[in-house]
Design a binder for this molecule. Sequence first.
Ligand SMILES: NC(=O)c1ccc[n+]([C@@H]2O[C@H](COP(=O)([O-])OP(=O)(O)OC[C@H]3O[C@@H](n4cnc5c(N)ncnc54)[C@H](O)[C@@H]3O)[C@@H](O)[C@H]2O)c1
Length: 359
Amino acid sequence: MKPRIGVIGGGVYGAQVIKTFHSSHKEGLVDFVAVCDIKQEVLEEHKNKFGVTGYTDYKEMIAKEQLDGVAIVTPDYLHKEITTYCANQGLHMLVQKPLDTTTAGAKEMVDVANKNNVLMFVDFHKRYDPGHIQLKSDIQSGRLGKIQYGYACMEDKILVPSVWFKSWAQHSSPVWFIGVHFYDLIYWLMESKPVEVYATGIKDKLLSMGIDTYDSIQAKFMFENGASFAVDASWILPNSFTSIVNQQIRVVGSEGMEEVDSQDRGLMAAFSASPSAIQSNPYGKLELDDLMYGGTKLSGYTLESMVHFLKLLRMLKSGTPLESLNGHYPNGEQAVVSTRMCEAVHESVISKKIVSLGL
Ligand SMILES: NC(=O)c1ccc[n+]([C@@H]2O[C@H](COP(=O)([O-])OP(=O)(O)OC[C@H]3O[C@@H](n4cnc5c(N)ncnc54)[C@H](O)[C@@H]3O)[C@@H](O)[C@H]2O)c1
């Protein structure tokens, strides 16, 4: 029997999740049956396009649809309440990053998932980027020697906080929204706990536009294994930048160095109708015309992560014990670490001091 799944939150990223689930439904992997959003107009669009039932109340959707799993794609600060309810209903969950915006809240969410023996898969798709997988293999095999330091950045165009989700950008920051991706990535790569952080941040441009949040935050983490990592997160790149997001990582060890540029991957186009050239990340997401069978074909690591959740859901439905999946997906306990990294970074920005993570 195929798992029955639904999505809670059909906004900008929810639309990507919905597209991916619909594609997996067409391929026969799952039964994608319902979407919930508090905005009727958002629901109408998805109902018409994907033939799912729409709900404005997720509790009603869960009561009526006999779901096995849900994706929670609401704004960050709303994950906790919905996740807690879903876990108590025995549903497996794909939760968007960050798990929560407080470490205490994230821990409570993990506890409730454990108590109910349900899957809590956090959508850290940077772990699925082939460049990052190669980097991890090279670190694990010792080809880079002992890791000494690294650098990463993730930067969005200003379009993201000022237009796409202007309504809740003031509840977030470039660290909670995008930095967390690379915080999780460096923790996953290092396989060592971050112990201390020092960070600086600037509130200027967005504040002048009436959005009270940081423009950029620069953090330096020290890890238990002696390595240090600097990570810059910002969301004020000009709208003329060639991609929505700029992202890179480099790692230096005693026996080698390795760099992954996840922005400039060699696919560029320019059109008279566009204000700038466009660079795409073909490893991240592609929606291609399927020249063999017609329709659209989706591919890329952002989708792979979601499809991995669906595959685990199928395994659970066919009787695989949850404990046997441990270590095979980005889980809630690991997301508590990246949540604490974000929280400690903000503490350091405010206190102007080195902050101990206490993990
Ligand atoms: N994995 C990624 O790369 C990635 C990228 C972008 C966003 N995200 C994450 O996805 C989540 C959503 O971000 P977004 O950019 O789509 O935001 P958004 O504001 O575009 O969409 C959020 C949607 O949730 C709906 N919503 C709010 N409360 C609800 C409730 N109680 N029940 C049902 N629906 C509700 C809103 O009406 C809205 O349509 C965030 O946690 C964000 O950090 C992840």
